[in-house]
Design a protein around this ligand. Structure first.
Ligand SMILES: Cc1cc2nc3c(=O)[nH]c(=O)nc-3n(C[C@H](O)[C@H](O)[C@H](O)COP(=O)(O)OP(=O)(O)OC[C@H]3O[C@@H](n4cnc5c(N)ncnc54)[C@H](O)[C@@H]3O)c2cc1C
Length: 387
């Protein structure tokens, strides 16, 4: 018998972590979730609680004073926070997204500069790849970086930057060689500090969901940073940025999973309580089958997300398919499950008196960011066709 059969389960540490994060999320994050959404404000209570408990950036290795949690553990933290507040789950998620290029490719000196401040919670990190005219087509970006003696000078605008204005550190992809034969080989990655001269942030976008997580443009106007703030070699920036996504797409899957789980639980409680035709609506088979489908899809998504995270953790080759599949499947499930949860609440589900409409609005972004689900399907079909 294959001895690995018995090990296809989460470690006890993972289950203990889930319990700890769930307890913290219930007590210190959930009570503010509706008001954070209503007032479109940064969830400071969640941020403080996550930092205090050491859950704001669990992925940071121990060598940089972090928790050194593995990728599955990081997903569990994000999932459990998203179960009660998707906006708050972007604190651990984007801390990983913003620092992964550094962990993958930066010099030791740069890692030492940034990572301990993320581990302690003193700072957060954002990831700046997208531009207005370069969304899915990332290589067509226009932000420029030019080496001037011992400094890089950046000019341009990045848009849709999650947690901009709250973050201290920004991983920024910019063109360093506009004449490169392949556009992607002319892009480099940099680390910018919020106080660097020539850096500023724009107003908050007015969004459908994840309203507690600020999304802004960021501006570089002759923004000057020391030469050693480049991540890796010139020309490797887009490669690093895309490799980062292999590690973080499972985290978006985890966020989607958490949102879906929260919506399912809310729906189960409601259908048991709500009476029509003289009985609980949970007695109707039409309702029961909806719940069964919701739970089934969530379970499938959960396995896919953890498997993708574990493969990324092990550094397996060719993880493009599974990480894209996990993000795509879990986010499609989140959209379906939250929409069905609103349906099961009837008219009440359509009001802000119950959390499911917020969850449905929040779920939508998981199909769009870190590559739209069409782009995930591009990645998957390429892998399928190329074998
Ligand atoms: C709230 C929010 C937070 C975000 N946070 C960040 C962040 O922190 N950092 C960051 O860098 N970016 C961030 N983004 C940007 C996000 O990753 C992009 O919005 C996304 O990649 C899509 O780019 P786009 O908006 O330009 O859409 P477009 O690329 O213009 O796409 C429009 C439509 O065309 C489809 N499409 C495009 N190309 C193809 C193709 N080849 N085949 C099939 N369909 C295609 C898309 O799937 C989509 O449906 C965020 C966006 C939002 C809304």
């Amino acid at each position: 018998m294959n001895p690995s059969f018995g090990t296809y389960q989460l470690a006890e540490e993972h289950e203990a972590l889930r319990e700890a994060v769930r307890s913290l999320a219930e007590k210190e994050i959930k009570p503010y979730a509706a008001e954070v959404d209503e007032n479109e404000r940064f969830p400071v209570e969640a941020h403080n609680a996550l930092v205090k408990a050491g859950f704001a950036a669990v992925h940071v290795p121990e060598s940089y004073d972090g928790q050194g949690a593995d990728s599955v553990a990081t997903c569990i933290v994000i999932e459990e926070v998203a179960r009660v507040c998707a906006s708050s789950s972007l604190i651990p998620a984007v801390n990983k997204l913003g620092t992964m290029p550094i962990l993958l490719s930066a010099s030791e000196e740069l890692k030492q500069l940034v990572m301990p401040s993320i581990a302690s919670g003193e700072a957060m990190a954002s990831y700046a790849l997208s531009e207005r005219e370069a969304g899915s087509d990332t290589a067509s970006m226009r932000t420029r970086a030019v080496l001037d003696g011992d400094h890089w000078v950046l000019n341009g605008t990045k848009c849709w930057i999650t947690n901009a204005g709250e973050s201290t550190w920004y991983t920024v992809m910019a063109v360093t060689d506009p004449n490169a034969a392949k556009k992607s080989a002319g892009i480099s990655a940099f680390v910018v500090h919020k106080d660097d001269p020539g850096f500023s942030v724009g107003p908050k976008e007015r969004k459908l969901g994840i309203k507690g997580s600020p999304t802004r443009e960021i501006y570089f106007e002759n923004c000057t940073i020391p030469a050693n703030r480049i991540i890796g070699e010139p020309g490797t920036g887009l490669k690093t940025a895309l490799k980062t996504l292999d590690h973080t797409r499972p985290t978006i899957g985890a966020q989607a999973l958490g949102i879906a789980q929260g919506a399912l639980e809310a729906a189960v409680a409601y259908v048991k309580d709500r009476k029509q035709f003289g009985k609980s609506i949970s007695d109707f088979q039409g309702v029961q089958f909806m719940l069964a489908d919701m739970a089934m899809k969530i379970e499938a998504a959960r396995h896919m997300v953890y498997v993708a995270a574990a493969k990324a953790e092990r550094g397996e080759a060719n993880i493009g398919f599974i990480t894209a599949a996990a993000k795509c499947f879990a986010s499609d499930v989140a959209m379906e499950v939250t929409t069905d949860a609103v349906q099961l609440f009837g008219g009440a589900g359509y009001t802000r008196d119950f959390p499911v409409e917020r969850m449905m609005r929040d779920a939508k972004i998981t199909q769009i960011y870190e590559g739209t689900n069409q782009i995930q399907r591009v990645v998957m079909s390429r892998a399928v066709l190329n074998g």
